[in-house]
Design a protein around this ligand. Structure first.
Ligand code: NAP
Length: 236
């Protein structure tokens, strides 16, 4: 396989939603605890999230102020990937096509120091839409970046680079709905790890996969714990 093995790990409502207020309801507390526990105990080289999820969880909604940075021009007008010398083997991969995430550090600083997230080396996946000043900003922050697409991120291309350039073998895909949908449409999800809370979501909340295609999975394990359903599926 010319890409990392992908395990999509998510908390869902009873009606298969993954965003919205239900995530912060008392009925979802146990599911969230179990979710983080599974995240810590799954052997993966890191996790991957969409720009919105990264912004909500790790950058406090900050946008970078690019006014102080010069555009980073590469030779022949080509955009080139950027790596650092101290790649750690534990990664936080951000799908950030336009370069909008305002990181404070090149490592994830988890507010609770959760070892499932804390200290992960950030990797930005960008498209040609990213401002060249954002590249300078990332290089000064020592944040590696790769390019994968014109305006949409080409999931196959991004994953092949993550495997072949960085050496990532297994990743937890941890939402939200939009990035999950792009992986599902690219047929790039090998396993599903779903933690289902006993609560129904609101009508505006988003499904596990936004804009999904029909695809088949096989149930390989099911378990209940503290009123929470834990399901594992493999792609057929
Ligand atoms: N239930 C759970 O376990 C769980 C886990 C994580 C997050 N969440 C929830 O999910 C919510 C966010 O989900 P979301 O669906 O709105 O957003 P998301 O998937 O986190 O991020 C979507 C954004 O990521 C970028 N992106 C993702 N895939 C892309 C692709 N293939 N090509 C180009 N760009 C791509 C785009 O950024 P641009 O907009 O910059 O173009 C897109 O708008 C949060 O509120 C969070 O609470 C739930």
């Amino acid at each position: 396989m010319d890409r990392p093995y992908i395990i999509c790990h998510m908390v869902t409502s009873l009606d298969g939603k993954v965003t919205g207020d239900f995530l912060f309801s008392p009925e979802c507390e146990k599911a969230t605890e179990i979710y983080y526990d599974i995240n810590r105990n799954t052997k993966a080289d890191g996790f991957i999230c969409g720009r919105v999820t990264m912004q909500g969880s790790f950058t406090d909604g900050r946008y970078p102020d690019l006014s102080a940075y010069e555009p980073r021009k590469h030779g022949c007008g080509l955009r080139m990937d950027f790596m650092t010398d101290d790649m750690t083997g534990f990664y936080a991969v951000a799908f950030d096509p336009k370069g909008r995430l305002g990181w404070k550090s090149n490592r994830i600083i988890d507010p609770d120091g959760d070892p499932g997230y804390d200290g992960a080396q950030i990797i930005e996946v960008l498209t040609e839409q990213a401002d060249e000043r954002y590249l300078t900003y990332l290089e000064e922050m020592e944040i590696p970046y790769i390019f994968a697409g014109e305006s949409e991120i080409d999931v196959d291309f991004a994953l092949s680079k993550l495997k072949n350039i960085i050496g990532i073998r297994t990743l937890l895909l941890e939402g939200g709905s939009i990035i999950n949908g792009s992986f599902q449409r690219a047929d790039a999800i090998d396993e599903l790890s779903l933690v289902t809370a006993p609560v129904v979501a609101g009508k505006e909340d988003k499904p596990l996969f936004m804009n999904s295609n029909v695809s088949n999975f096989e149930l390989i394990k099911s378990e209940t714990k503290d009123g929470v359903l834990i399901l594992n599926y493999k792609r057929k």
